[in-house]
Design a protein around this ligand. Structure first.
Ligand SMILES: NC(=O)c1ccc[n+]([C@@H]2O[C@H](COP(=O)([O-])OP(=O)(O)OC[C@H]3O[C@@H](n4cnc5c(N)ncnc54)[C@H](O)[C@@H]3O)[C@@H](O)[C@H]2O)c1
Length: 335
């Protein structure tokens, strides 16, 4: 039985990936320090005979080398995201030092390493859709939101440097906006999490800026599918991939869509626009859509879950999770 080490196992993508890997017959060692993740996300597989949980910080290099014992692949997902409401130090430290400790474990055990990068690395590049050769354009260091993109660019470079020097196979995956069951219920989980909560509570949806910035949202089973293909296929080795769905939608459009699914199509969404200045010095990405030709060709990757259907499933899950947490929640009208 093949054994895989997954970091960030109590998080959104990590828990969904682990469930799928166990169903496919892999053994999984999952690491998480529970700083952002939730034990509830692991409830479905915590007692699985082929699953082992290690509560540890990924920056503990000796511990990661030990966790990776007997693993043929390491999937590195643990990270901190855009520091909207705090300083950038955790994002910079965890994402760089943590990645290096995983790379050392991969070298020690001659394992392949697949790791989460992000669409945010394309930053302010206005030329959409982004393919993997598009320029990565970020802003100045007094805008701390770029710390996330920069930490992931460093991660990608470090992976290629380890590949060149030590010969391990690596695959950085640039995920585009994920959503689905086990997503974090705050901004950490993305705008859709917060928008669903607000619609369920019949409160104004906070939309940053004028809401005309666009994103493409990817249902988590599609991300998981892309990760598993990157792990299993040698054609993936030592290349970067965009992994995401490519339907473009404005953030204001997303707010209307979610309001309609939660409260019914005849209700007008209650939206409050929040100026970017609220976050201090901030810069947003105006348009973000992937070109997924490389993933299609080399991984056979094709997003399967269309946005409305994915949101319906996510809303139903979020209703259940809120009730588990004791939050009073109405039945959604249209999900
Ligand atoms: N979800 C998305 O839309 C998205 C988009 C682009 C990239 N990504 C990347 O994908 C990966 C997974 O994202 P996610 O949405 O599942 O995030 P998440 O926050 O839900 O999960 C990350 C997990 O890592 C854990 N963690 C954080 N720091 C740790 C540390 N020092 N040691 C051990 N564990 C630690 C957290 O407790 C959490 O459970 C991340 O690398 C993220 O940057 C996600």
């Amino acid at each position: 039985m093949l054994r895989i080490l997954v970091s960030g196992v109590a998080g959104f993508i990590g828990s969904n990936l682990t469930q799928a890997l166990l169903e496919k017959g892999y053994a999984v060692v999952g690491v998480d320090n529970l700083s952002q993740g939730d034990l509830l996300n692991m409830a479905a597989f915590r007692e699985h005979p082929h699953f082992t949980f290690v509560q540890e910080d990924i920056r503990n290099e000796a511990a990661m080398i030990q966790c990776a014992e007997g693993c043929t692949a390491l999937v590195h997902l643990a990270a901190y995201k855009i520091p909207r409401y705090s300083d950038a130090l955790d994002t910079l430290h965890i994402n760089t030092i943590g990645t290096e400790s995983f790379l050392k474990a991969a070298v020690e055990h001659k394992a392949k390493m697949v790791a989460a990068s992000t669409s945010d690395v394309y930053g302010k590049n206005p030329q959409v859709p982004f393919d993997e050769n598009s320029n990565l354009v970020v802003g100045n260091p007094d805008v701390r939101r770029w710390a996330y993109a920069i930490s992931k660019m460093y991660e990608e470079q470090l992976m290629f440097a380890y590949h060149e020097r030590y010969g391990i196979d690596i695959v950085p995956l640039r995920f585009f906006g994920g959503y689905g069951p086990n997503q974090n219920l705050t901004w950490w989980g993305g705008p859709q999490s917060v928008f669903i909560n607000m619609a369920l509570d019949n409160e104004e949806i906070p939309v940053h800026g004028d809401g005309q910035q666009t994103r493409s949202f990817t249902y988590v089973s599609d991300h998981v599918n892309g990760i598993i293909r990157a792990v299993e296929r040698p054609e993936a080795n030592n290349k970067v991939f965009n992994i995401g769905a490519n339907r473009e939608i404005t953030i204001e459009g997303l707010a209307h869509l979610i309001w309609g699914l939660v409260r019914g199509p005849e209700e007008t969404a209650r939206i409050r626009f929040i100026p970017y200045e609220t976050f201090g010095k901030y810069e947003d990405v105006q348009r973000r859509i992937p070109d997924i030709a490389r993933a299609r060709e080399l991984l056979g990757f094709e997003p399967q879950v269309e946005l409305e259907e994915g949101l319906r499933r996510t809303i139903r899950w979020q209703v259940e999770r809120r009730r588990q947490l004791g939050i009073s929640t109405p039945d959604p009208v249209n999900a």
